[in-house]
Design a protein around this ligand. Structure first.
Ligand code: PMP
Length: 359
């Protein structure tokens, strides 16, 4: 089969050079005659690649020593429970910005462990814009403020983020490593790996060390950032294969020029698709132009009865997983780091011919 382009929102495309390297090493890792999947996480060989992955992640985002970098199980979702357990004292409260589906998921989970104040929301406008920081009505004695800077389903993002007097906690699942990011503005950046980092099954957290050590009494050991940090992300057996692949993705990103270069490429790819949609009377994107995500581009066909045909023909053309999330319908093109410009051009060519054929 010829190479297809994967527009899935996650698990998402992995860079082809990484997949090839993994394939080459799969049966015989480092000349050991066994696969990396079979090697002990406590062995010096594995620890070496685990440490290298952490260092490369730190280098890519210029993460300083006052932050711990953790690799965890449970994707982003488990951390939506860990965050209030670890950062909000019993009887305390936390501020949340409601920017869409994933923000809501965080809010609903946090409510089980703390009092949640919604300090900004675009729900009344169907999440077509990101509530700007200047509009957040922060609570004086809250423990932190939680944001979801890239809403993977809605396709909106927060472009301008300033430091805040409350610790800023951000779910960067679908935005991490897509462009430069000033980690120092945040107290905790977390997410699942399966978009810009590697295979599903791995989560990451970049947490200010000064926030460690004050988890609620009942916090399970595996959900306590402090025990994960003390165990160097190996309190129990970590998802070793996913961690190994993540390390290769970091190396690949460094080799192409890091997040500065990636950011230019990603902005250019997104601009091409949005310009095409905006010029067309056949497709539309309803999101506020200045808040549009560069990673996830939802779009609708004005003739909705053609949705199924569009999906079938695009898939036959090797343009996979363009179906929009069931909560919003239509289409969505996720164009993470591993999506080459060639894939974006192929999508635009397809959309153009489909429009000409069906209008
Ligand atoms: N937050 C965001 C912004 C996401 O895009 C996703 C997954 N699509 C999640 C949270 C949930 O991630 P996971 O499946 O890793 O728990």
């Amino acid at each position: 089969m010829s190479k297809a382009f994967n527009f899935g929102a996650g698990p998402a495309a992995i860079p082809s050079p990484v997949l090839k390297e993994v394939q080459n090493e799969l049966l015989d890792w480092k000349g050991m005659g066994i696969s990396v999947m079979e090697v002990s996480h406590r062995s010096s060989d594995f620890i070496e690649i685990a440490k290298k992955a952490e260092q490369d992640f730190r280098d890519l985002l210029s993460i300083t020593d006052d932050y711990a970098v953790l690799f965890l199980h449970g994707g982003a979702t488990l951390q939506t429970a860990m965050i209030p357990m670890n950062l909000a004292p019993e009887g305390g409260s936390a501020d949340y910005v409601n920017s869409g589906h994933w923000a809501k998921r965080s809010i609903n989970e946090a409510k089980k462990y703390t009092t949640v104040n919604i300090v900004g929301s675009s729900e009344e406008e169907n999440f077509t814009y990101f509530p700007p920081q200047s509009s957040w009505n922060l609570t004086e004695d809250s423990s932190y403020i939680h944001i979801t800077p890239n809403e993977t389903i809605g396709g909106i993002s927060l472009k301008q983020i300033d430091s805040s007097h409350l610790p800023l906690v951000a779910d960067y699942s679908s935005g991490i490593l897509s462009e430069p990011l000033d980690v120092n503005k945040f107290s905790l950046i977390y997410g699942g790996a399966q978009k810009n980092i590697g295979p599903a099954g791995l989560g990451f957290a970049i947490i200010k060390k000064s926030l460690l050590g004050s988890a609620q009494e009942l916090t399970p050991t595996m959900l306590n950032y402090t025990s994960i940090h003390e165990g160097e992300s190996m309190y129990n057996t970590p998802p070793t294969f996913a961690w190994y692949v993540a390390g290769k993705v970091f190396e690949w990103l460094k080799s192409i020029g890091g997040v500065e270069e990636m950011g230019k490429i990603n902005n250019n790819k997104a601009k091409k698709i949005y310009s095409f949609i905006d010029e067309s009377s056949f497709y539309e994107n309803k999101m506020n132009k200045s808040d549009r995500s560069i990673m996830n581009i939802p779009f609708l066909l004005r003739k909705e009865d053609l949705n199924q045909k569009f999906l079938q023909e695009s898939s036959e053309a090797g343009l996979l997983a363009l179906k929009g999330h069931r909560s919003v319908g239509g289409m969505r093109a996720s164009i993470y780091n591993a999506m080459p410009e060639e894939g974006v051009d192929a999508l635009i060519d397809f959309m153009d011919s489909f429009e000409k054929k069906e209008s």
